[in-house]
Structures are given as C-alpha cells and as structure tokens.
Design a protein around this ligand. Structure first.
Ligand code: BEZ
Length: 325
C-alpha cells in the first residue's frame, strides 16, 4: 500500500527534527564595538562554525556590551544564559587572581613577546583551572596591543603622573600599578573613555595603541607616553553548562575554530602595532618613549604584591621572552 501524504509529511518532519536534534544557536557576548577586531573575529568564528557544521550550529554575536559589562557576561556564562564570550583576561583575573600574573609590568618587552607568551604551553595550561574555579572553559587567548599612557597635560617624568586621575580598565592589577605610581586610578568601561578624556573627568588614560589612534583619543591629549608597560590578553570562553552538553566531536570543532580565530587576533596586533605607532608619531601629540627605568621601584613593588596573589607570576616571568629588533 502506498503511504498517504499525511504519513509522508510526518516522516519528513520526524527526520528533520532528528537531523537537527543537536543543532544549536549559540550566543556570544563581548564588550567591543562591531568594527573592532575582537568583534569581527567573533563573527568569523560563527561563520566558520556554521560552515563546518553544515549549518547545524550558528552563533549570534552581541557586541558593545549588549549583554552587559564583562562582569555581567561572565555571570551569564556561569548560569548558561550566555553560551560563549570573548573577554579581557582582566575580568577573569577579578575572579581568579592567578590570571593577574599576565599584567605584571614589563612581563614581556613588546607585542611579539606578548604573542610568544600567550601561545606558550605555560599560559595555555592556566586555562585548566577555569572550569573548576568559575564554570567556564577557555579555548585560547587573543589580545589587544601593549598598554600606553595618554595624558591631557605634558608628561616628561613619573612625577607628572602623581595625583593624576588615570582611566583604567576595571581590574586589580592595573589599579595597583597606578596606585604604586601615586596616581588616582579611575576604573571606567571602554565606552565612556572618549567623553571622560574630552571633558577632563580624567587627566589621562591607560589604553592600547590601536584604540588611541583609531578612536582619536590622541587628539585630546598633550603627551603619549609610549611605555609598552603591560600586555592586554583576551580569552575565548564557553560556558561549562553548555560545554558538557556538547558531544566530543562538537567540542573538538568549537575549540579548534575558536582557537584559530583568537590566534588570528594575535597576528592582527603583531602586524599592526608598528603602523599604529607610526600614525601616532605623525600626529600632533608629543610622543615620549620610556622603558622600565621610568617607573623606578614600581615594577618590583608590584611584583611584591602580586607574587602572593598570583603564583603563576613566577612561571610567566621565568619564560623571559626576548625583545625583537
Ligand atoms: C580597555 O578597557 O581599554 C579595552 C577593552 C577591550 C579591548 C581593548 C581595550
């Protein structure tokens, strides 16, 4: 007997539900605006995952803090309300102080040193503690450029920074760095920085080279202190609640594809940092190049505080990445 149209319809419907049983629409949150390389690489990861899974999985990217600030995004990862995120390691260090070790002043000499460190087994092994400590899995590291200081008034010596209100990303290692300098670190999310610098709410900002030139912060400043004092890693995370529901094949695929995109972010900064510096030097801002000496005892004092809080500091300092000429 031939099947009826109704039976055929039920068969097709049953087959398509079975075929899409593991299909997922992942939500990925981050704080950077849509054109920023972290956001474009999140989009690229989504596209790669969709292609590799023949359209079974998709990723919707929520940039510009649409899902909240980083603390809120991390909280949502923990509950499983958000599936994935690209977060500053700064936010992770607020929960797992060992990650503060990445922000040791002059841990690496330059952007190549930062890339070398972030790709090292030692750095990657730190991710192993995340599921147990904060309920997320780390897929690998990206970064933004090295940190610099941009000041509204002239800066020629460390003493010029004393008492200055300096915008920082909200996390403890950078707060301690500026407190040791004798400045007044002022935590502020990225989105508020331009106006705060323009209207004098802060006297200076801690920022990477790319954003200094692309967001034209330098036009609001007298001096750019080219210090390369700190690296600024980012981490790709997946909620543990989501991760354990994926089969092994899906886990391997997601880890591979996200890791590749994060790695491409590192390549982006390695290729771009010199050009960003050139753009800065060609602008009207005064560029003052400084090194570790400029900060006097601050670097050792910082280590004295963080050696206790972040046992990984010794591991990372011992890596001793070389300066590239
Ligand atoms: C910042 O807080 O300065 C920052 C955050 C994300 C990407 C780049 C910079």
């Amino acid at each position: 007997m031939r099947p009826s149209w109704r039976q055929i319809f039920i068969l097709i419907a049953t087959f398509s539900v079975a075929a899409h049983a593991g299909a997922r629409e992942f939500r990925l949150g981050l704080i950077t605006p849509p054109g920023h390389v972290w956001s474009t690489s999140a989009e690229a990861f989504g596209k790669a995952l969709s292609e590799a899974s023949n359209g079974r999985h998709s990723v919707t990217v929520y940039p510009s803090q649409q899902l909240g600030n980083e603390a809120q995004i991390l909280q949502q990862l923990q509950t499983g309300a958000v599936d994935m995120a690209f977060l500053t390691v700064a936010e992770v260090s607020n929960r797992v102080p060992d990650f503060g070790a990445f922000y040791a002043p002059y841990l690496v000499p330059d952007i190549e040193g930062a890339a070398q460190l972030l790709r090292s087994e030692q750095a990657l092994s730190l991710l192993d503690q995340l599921p147990r400590r904060i309920g997320v899995f780390g897929m690998g590291y990206g970064m933004a450029g090295m940190r610099q200081i941009l000041t509204r008034d002239e800066t020629t010596a460390l003493i010029d920074l004393r008492g200055q209100k300096i915008r920082i990303t909200p996390f403890a290692p950078i707060r301690d760095f500026y407190q040791l300098i004798g400045a007044a670190p002022t935590p502020m999310p990225l989105g508020s920085v331009y106006d705060a610098l323009a209207n004098g709410q802060v006297d200076a900002i801690d920022m990477d080279l790319e954003l200094i030139v692309k967001l034209r912060y330098h036009e609001l400043a007298d001096t750019a202190v080219l210090s390369n004092h700190m690296m600024f890693p980012m981490v790709g995370l997946v909620s543990a609640r989501v991760w354990v529901r994926l089969d092994e094949e899906e886990q391997v695929l997601i880890r591979k594809l996200m890791h590749a995109e994060l790695d491409a972010v590192i390549d982006f900064y390695m290729a771009g940092e010199e050009g960003f510096e050139q753009d800065l030097r060609e602008s009207d801002v005064n560029v003052v190049e400084v090194d570790r000496e400029f900060f006097g005892p601050v670097v050792d004092d910082w280590d004295a505080i963080w050696r206790e809080r972040a046992p990984a500091l010794k591991l990372l300092r011992d890596l001793n990445t070389e300066k590239t000429e």
